[in-house]
Design a protein around this ligand. Structure first.
Ligand SMILES: NC(=O)c1ccc[n+]([C@@H]2O[C@H](COP(=O)([O-])OP(=O)(O)OC[C@H]3O[C@@H](n4cnc5c(N)ncnc54)[C@H](OP(=O)(O)O)[C@@H]3O)[C@@H](O)[C@H]2O)c1
Length: 439
């Protein structure tokens, strides 16, 4: 898109002579942790003349210094030093909202382009920050903020922008995928799979953001921003936890030729965005069903190009640093010519709904007694819901008996009143686990 550069942009980042255009772009790194260190390493080892690491900013910088960083790189604890420097591009890799938000805004306001991997920042403030970048004639790139090393955001920005995308679905949280695929492969309890993920460093001590869907819905809102050009606050997207999924659900899912994954999905229909994050049944032989351990998969659906899939490492210092450096190269190319802005957003944010129409998997845990199926069928029938199948595997304790009813497609809003009624029945030991079946 062509755009006029405002006057503020007449400083550092606008090359004017061919000598300027050919000289390496100066890169200041803010945050020298897992991704920051890996990014610095690539920048120091590349030596292709396009990018030059000039500054590194971190607190307690004396403890961070590395012998492999060239001696002319300036180490500082003071962000103002970075802001006042001649760096063309600032890489924000400290994470979180404070002070990252303020620092990114001041960098963009000073006409410096920014590359960040900060999903919290982009999910919350992405639209504002893109506007600020555009108003100051500079670029903001955040390719590493979703799916780490999987280049899905650059693909949405470039390779797929000729299509009119209407749907995005993905396995966006490696922690959840690790836990679910471990339960699937070894039929271990949820708690054991979580402990194992923590022991391997795939889950934090407090993994609530991952398990309860907060992380994935932030990522989904960024994909919606980049792919569907719609602003959605992460808090408006329903997130369901994976904590209630257990080994028995994989046994029942297998009976249906399915497995279980945390799926984040968004479908734009007119002015409504249908969006949901949570555990779902997917066919075992489908691309989602085959994703193991902590990998990420994103599928996009376009009006003209149909479905496209992106698979790879969703996290880790090196894969994420590759995404950061790729963004840096994209920005550097843009600075040599003219900064490129993202596609304009739809003016009105869509209405967000989780009222998908799908078949459902309901797993009950009951104290066995005569008449259970008849009671449940009566509630379902009173709400005009059709049973598709009843599955009951032998060998369980009759005092805590798990069995499954699958339903023919119905809307989420139609099902929920029936779930409440069924949870109140005397034989129910807990509310049933209710998962959409995605075909
Ligand atoms: N790690 C991944 O696999 C991954 C994948 C995708 C995206 N990301 C994103 O990448 C960003 C960086 O993640 P990371 O894993 O590299 O985090 P990290 O290892 O915790 O590194 C953050 C670095 O920033 C420094 N820092 C934090 N707050 C600071 C402040 N106020 N002033 C100065 N320095 C500060 C920290 O210093 P101290 O060491 O002193 O705390 C640390 O060196 C985050 O936004 C994250 O969500 C990470």
């Amino acid at each position: 898109m062509h755009k006029t550069k405002p006057e503020q942009a007449s400083n550092a980042n606008l090359a004017s002579t061919s000598e300027d255009r050919n000289s390496p772009r100066r890169v200041a790194l803010v945050g020298f942790g897992t991704v920051g260190r890996a990014t610095a390493k690539i920048l120091c080892e590349r030596g292709d003349g396009l990018l030059r690491l000039t500054h590194i900013c971190n607190r307690n910088v004396e403890h961070k210094k590395q012998p492999w960083v060239p001696r002319d790189v300036v180490w500082t604890e003071d962000f103002q030093t970075i802001l006042n420097s001649d760096a063309d591009i600032i890489v924000e890799l400290i994470g979180g909202l404070n002070p990252a938000d303020e620092w990114v805004r001041s960098a963009l306001s000073a006409g410096k382009s920014v590359v960040t991997a900060n999903k919290q920042l982009i999910a919350r403030h992405g639209p504002d920050l893109l506007q600020l970048a555009s108003a100051n004639g500079c670029q903001l790139e955040f390719g590493a903020s979703v799916a780490g090393g999987v280049p899905v955001l650059p693909a949405l920005r470039a390779g797929l922008c000729g299509d009119r995308l209407h749907g995005i679905a993905g396995i966006l949280n490696g922690t959840c995928n690790y836990i679910l695929s471990r339960i699937e492969s070894s039929r271990i309890p949820f708690s054991e799979a979580l402990e194992e993920a923590q022991a391997h460093g795939y889950a934090e001590a407090d993994a609530s953001e991952d398990l309860d869907g907060g992380d994935a819905r932030a990522k989904l809102s960024i994909l919606v921003l980049a792919g569907l050009q719609a602003r959605v606050s992460p808090g408006d997207i329903r997130a369901r936890t994976i904590r209630s999924v257990d080994a028995v659900d994989f046994d029942y899912a297998a009976e249906l030729d399915c497995t279980i994954r945390q799926i984040s999905r968004a479908d734009l229909k007119g002015t409504t965005l249908f969006a949901d994050v949570g555990p779902s049944l997917v066919p075992a032989s489908s691309p989602f069903g085959r994703v193991q351990r902590n990998l990420n998969l994103v599928l996009t659906s376009g009006e003209y190009g149909g479905d496209t899939a992106f698979l790879g490492a969703g996290a880790g210092g090196d894969p994420t640093a590759v995404a950061v450096v790729s963004d840096l190269m994209f920005v550097a190319d843009g600075l040599a010519a003219e900064p490129r802005s993202h596609r304009p957003l739809k003016l009105e944010p869509p209405k967000v709904s989780c009222d998908f129409e799908t078949p459902w998997y309901l797993r009950f845990l009951v104290k066995d007694q005569p008449g259970i199926i008849a009671s449940l069928a009566a509630v379902l029938s009173a709400h005009h819901l059709n049973i598709n199948a009843v599955l009951q595997k032998p060998g369980f304790d009759r005092n805590a008996l798990p069995f499954v009813i699958t339903l023919e497609p119905c809307r989420d809003a139609q099902l929920h009143p029936a779930l409440e009624k069924m949870a109140a029945l005397s034989f129910a030991l807990k509310p049933c686990l209710c998962l959409p079946i995605l075909r």
